[in-house]
Ligand binder design. Structure first.
Ligand code: IPM
Ligand code: MG
Length: 373
């Protein structure tokens, strides 16, 4: 089959990790006889430099016309440290989410057995953790009216949610729970916030349609604590935009590295796939960034296109690279030699092309040569 994939590498390490995901997709195309047509577009700081704005019109068009979108990262320290900057790279991503109405962000969080040592949390706490975060992505405080007063002494951001916005993601979360361990935990701050009370009421009503799924409620402050005290209690976490942003980064600690977590952002007409890590500017261009989250994003993309076997092939290759220790520095034991970003990508692509272990020359990997005999 032929698919058009919009590729938006963005800033920082975005381009180099996205290149590795493309290698994996190319290997899938060859092994399973598909054609992936990449349409590259700009976003973020690089788009500001070349067009003056963080989200050029062409980028929106390319995304709208694609079967799926593969995204890298946006941001630049230059803008982070300038609170008066009128344009910001992040606006590109936020506006794209808004333009395409990508309202449902899905982040699977898993403790890989082979990487448990890399997490600062205790082995017995995280072993067996497997949950998924459903974060509302197109509403809430991110998009509510915001203002800085003329004298610059007062500012506000309003948090707004409608029943419809809550319902559409809640249904997706319950459906996901039906195919998993049948539990949804709604994370909110209903003891303080009106929007949270609307979430509780709406989600409790929807829960009646999913009798096989248990619904639990947790306040965000408690949830932040439970996530590291006992992460195994979770199956599907459903939450609003800002809380979801925060606990997603927290949850990445469980998997051993933020460099491992992929995510999908789904709307009714488009879907975007991106690593949850940011631009990691200190690593840009050094060939040391972990490409696995981007490669796993490509796997989620294939799954979304209905290419389940192909998606599994990427996941297996990632698991193999972790098991063999063909990984970047961030998930290495101190005494082990690390593999570069591009070499990890080469290994994954080779493994997809040649899924039978017996033909792999594992010695070559560490010499930086092709892995297939
Ligand atoms: C994320 C990021 C974005 C967000 C930034 C880059 C605007 O942190 O995707 O989690 O806050 O949503
Ligand atoms: Mg974030």
């Amino acid at each position: 089959m032929k698919y058009t994939i919009a590729v938006i590498p963005g800033d920082g390490i975005g381009p180099e990790v996205t290149d590795q995901a493309k290698k994996a997709l190319d290997a899938v195309a060859e092994a399973y006889d598909h054609i992936f047509l990449y349409k590259e577009a700009q976003i973020g700081a690089c788009a500001i430099e070349s067009t003056g704005g963080p989200l050029p019109k062409e980028t929106i068009e390319v995304c709208k016309n694609a079967d799926a979108i593969l995204f890298g990262a946006v941001g630049d320290p230059k803008y982070d440290n300038d609170p008066s900057a009128k344009v910001r790279p992040e606006q590109g991503l936020l506006n794209l989410r808004r333009e395409l109405d990508l309202y449902c962000n899905v982040k699977p969080v898993k403790a890989y057995d082979n990487l448990i040592y890399n997490s600062p949390l205790k082995r017995e706490v995280i072993k067996g953790t497997d949950f998924v975060i459903f974060r509302e992505l197109s509403g809430g405080i991110y998009f509510g009216k915001k203002e800085l007063s003329k004298d610059k002494k007062m500012a506000y951001d309003s948090c707004i949610y409608t029943v419809d916005e809550i319902s559409r993601i809640a249904h997706l979360a319950f459906k996901a729970a039906q195919n998993r361990n049948k539990k949804v935990t709604l994370v909110d701050k209903a003891n303080v916030l009106e929007t949270s009370r609307l979430w509780r009421k709406t989600v409790a009503e929807i829960a009646k349609e999913y009798q096989d799924v248990t619904l639990e409620f947790l306040f965000i402050d408690n949830a932040a604590m439970q996530l590291i005290l006992n992460p195994k209690q979770f199956d599907v976490i459903l939450t609003e935009n800002l809380f979801g942003d925060i606990i997603s980064d927290e949850a990445s600690v469980i998997s051993g590295s933020i460099g491992l977590l992929a995510s999908s952002s789904i709307g009714n007409h488009n879907a975007l796939f991106e690593p949850i890590h940011g631009t990691f500017h200190q690593a840009t261009g050094k060939d040391i960034a972990n490409p696995l989250a981007s490669i796993l994003s490509a796997s989620m993309l294939l799954w979304h296109l209905g290419l389940h076997e192909e998606a599994d092939a990427i996941e297996r290759a990632v698991e193999k690279s972790i098991a063999l220790g063909i990984t970047t520095k961030d998930i290495k034991r101190k005494t082990q030699k690390s593999t570069s970003t591009s070499k990890v990508g080469d290994f994954i692509a080779d493994y997809i092309t040649n899924q039978d272990d017996s033909n792999m020359n594992f010695k070559n990997i560490h010499m930086g040569q092709s892995t297939i005999i």
